[in-house]
Design a protein around this ligand. Structure first.
Ligand code: UT7
Length: 326
């Protein structure tokens, strides 16, 4: 049986660090509040005009180099993002140009913070069906440009960054065992970036009403997140007939330490088996899981044969999970 396998990872974080103390000078907040309610201590924010495709390029270059591949070896590029360079063309096409990946088709995928696992779902299906041979999947976000730096309920949460993986087919007993995706459009109002689309095209009014910035009902999102993540993670384990105790590492979307802890508890996973880097980067949306995956692998937290469980949720609402055998 052919299945997709992640053969290489890479990530890139902008250099500029914004700490909670920096935010204390911008909005009425405190390091204590942010740390206690979210687990975030600092985040990275681009400060030199870098775009989502720039960060995606850096992460992809690393992943390609580690795999010993050239950009022309890639036949599909998928970029999961909600903060792309432009509404169109796709950020994936800008990335293709920067890499010189002339043999690839390229498109973007919008599932907000669940975008990377949605991308894994698409990529693994295309590999299994033999429609593509080698896919570059990237999560890249420059959320800071859509952050309302006057809104203390959202500006403390997000950060910029990118993570990339390369996926190939394998007949071995490892790779992407399953992917599961869900959404509920009835909850679309919980996290939005209302301006700039056909509903609220750019206008003097849309700017005056701050519609080009992220809006979020954090409290409601929080409750839905814990419930849906627990359900989809259990479903993923059942689909593979595997007990939670056999999971070596849970890599959750890094949105809030309390969501991460609550979900791990409901899965009966000790916190030592959960990868956490939210304190360093905040919520990097679609980039959060591939950045965490890369860090986990590079720091020796993932070994050959390990079962890795991924889970994410985000705007849409969307949520997703995947079981990988490394
Ligand atoms: O990737 C998917 C994206 N979404 C999420 O992950 C969001 C999930 N939600 C969350 O992470 C949390 O709901 C937040 C961190 C956003 C908020 O934490 P919370 O514990 O749900 O706080 P809250 O919204 O219930 O607010 C509690 C209080 C409020 O004051 P009052 O009304 O009780 O007087 C807020 O005004 O905290 C206040 N508050 C703040 N205080 C200091 C809200 N933001 C801040 C802040 N600093 N930055």
């Amino acid at each position: 049986m052919l299945r997709g396998r992640i053969i290489s990872t890479g990530s890139f974080l902008p250099e500029n660090v914004v700490t909670n103390y920096d935010l204390e000078r911008i909005v009425e907040t405190s390091d204590d509040w942010i740390t206690e309610r979210t687990g975030i201590k600092e985040r990275r924010v681009v400060n030199n005009g870098q775009t989502a495709s720039d960060l995606a390029y850096e992460a992809s270059r690393i992943a390609l180099k580690r795999a010993g591949l050239k950009p022309r070896d890639i036949d599909l590029i998928i970029v999961a993002t909600v903060s792309g360079d432009m509404p169109f063309p796709s950020t994936a096409c800008f990335l293709q140009k920067k890499l010189g990946a002339k043999n690839a088709a390229a498109f973007d995928l919008n599932a907000a913070c669940s975008g990377f696992i949605y991308g894994l779902h698409v990529a693994s299906g295309l590999i299994k069906s033999r429609m593509h041979k080698r896919i570059l999947l990237v999560g890249s976000e420059v959320i800071s440009k859509f952050t309302d730096w006057q809104d203390r309920t959202t500006c403390i949460l997000f950060g910029d960054g990118a993570g990339a993986v390369i996926i190939e087919g394998t007949q071995e007993k490892r790779g992407i065992y399953s992917t599961h995706i869900d959404s509920d459009g009835n909850l679309s109002e919980l996290i939005t970036l209302p301006g700039g689309g056909s509903m609220h095209p750019p206008s003097a009014d849309s700017i005056a009403n701050r519609l080009h910035f992220i809006k979020m009902n954090g409290n409601e999102t929080f409750k839905v997140a814990v419930r849906t993540l627990t359900e989809i993670a259990h479903r993923t384990l059942e689909a593979n007939n595997i007990e939670a105790s056999r999971i070596s590492l849970l890599i959750p979307h890094q949105a809030n330490i309390r969501i991460i802890q609550a979900t791990a508890k409901r899965l009966n996973l000790p916190i030592e088996k959960v990868f956490i880097n939210i304190h360093k980067y905040g919520n990097t949306s679609a980039a959060s899981i591939p950045i965490a995956l890369d860090e986990a692998f590079q720091t020796g937290r993932i070994k050959d044969g390990d079962y890795i469980l991924l889970e994410a949720f985000g705007g849409g609402l969307t949520w997703a999970s995947s079981l990988i055998r490394w």
